[in-house]
Design a protein around this ligand. Structure first.
Ligand code: C5P
Length: 210
């Protein structure tokens, strides 16, 4: 079984995806980390993430060791990732890895959970289960702010809210695989739901498809 989870930044997709993967003993792939790895590789090499040709070149040789780099989660890398993600060649270069993971999950797992922006629409349009997880930009910025503060770092709510909105606009407006719910996705708005409630709804939906 393939479970596709899409939605905007900081909506709670990652937490939900990990819980679902643990519940069903499926493999989990955070596809945003792949775009982040391309963005981080470029920043490390002194390249400009806004340059499509350089981004296309950087995505040819994906360095998977960057997935474990602590800098992967920084706002600067998130922003670079969202820039490289609008380049069609970058998306094509990452497509094979994602599809292969979904169809042949590692460790002989019987299913895969992938989260991202275009899993249900482009990467795995035939996924048995599609979830679209969202929340208001203000709520997502609030969560991101407290997440950063919990790590002991300085976070400014207004700056983060502006970044969340800019990232949404870029992800939804791009011509190549824009962020949007698949027609057959279950919509989960987490603005006023805690993770336990979201998880229960998702599990009920998955079991109805099994
Ligand atoms: O989810 P995360 O914030 O780690 O993703 C970083 C960026 O990668 C997103 O802003 C988005 O532009 C891009 N992305 C994408 N398609 C995916 C996953 C992430 O375009 N499937």
């Amino acid at each position: 079984m393939i479970i596709a989870i899409d939605g905007p930044a900081a909506a709670g997709k990652g937490t939900l995806a990990r819980l679902i993967a643990a519940e069903f003993d499926y493999a989990y792939l955070d596809t945003g980390a792949l775009y982040r790895a391309v963005g981080l590789a470029m920043l490390k090499a002194g390249m400009n993430p806004a340059d499509s040709d350089q981004a296309a070149a950087a995505s040819e040789k994906l360095d998977l060791s960057l997935i474990d780099d602590p800098a992967l989660r920084s706002e600067a890398v998130g922003s670079a990732a969202s820039q490289v993600a609008s380049v069609p060649t970058v998306r094509d270069n990452l497509l094979y890895f994602q599809r292969n993971f979904a169809v042949t999950p590692p460790n002989n797992k019987k299913g895969a959970v992938l989260d991202g922006r275009d899993i249900g629409t482009v990467v795995c349009p035939n996924a048995e289960v599609k979830l679209y997880v969202t929340a208001s930009p203000e709520e997502r910025a609030r969560r991101r702010t407290s997440e950063i503060q919990m790590r002991g770092e300085v976070a400014n709510y207004a700056t983060i809210l502006a970044d969340v909105k800019a990232r949404d606009a870029r992800d939804m407006a791009r011509t190549s695989a824009p962020l949007k719910p698949a027609a057959d996705a279950l919509l989960l708005d987490t603005t006023e739901l805690d993770i336990d409630a979201v998880f229960l709804r998702a599990v009920r939906f998955i079991k109805s498809k099994a």
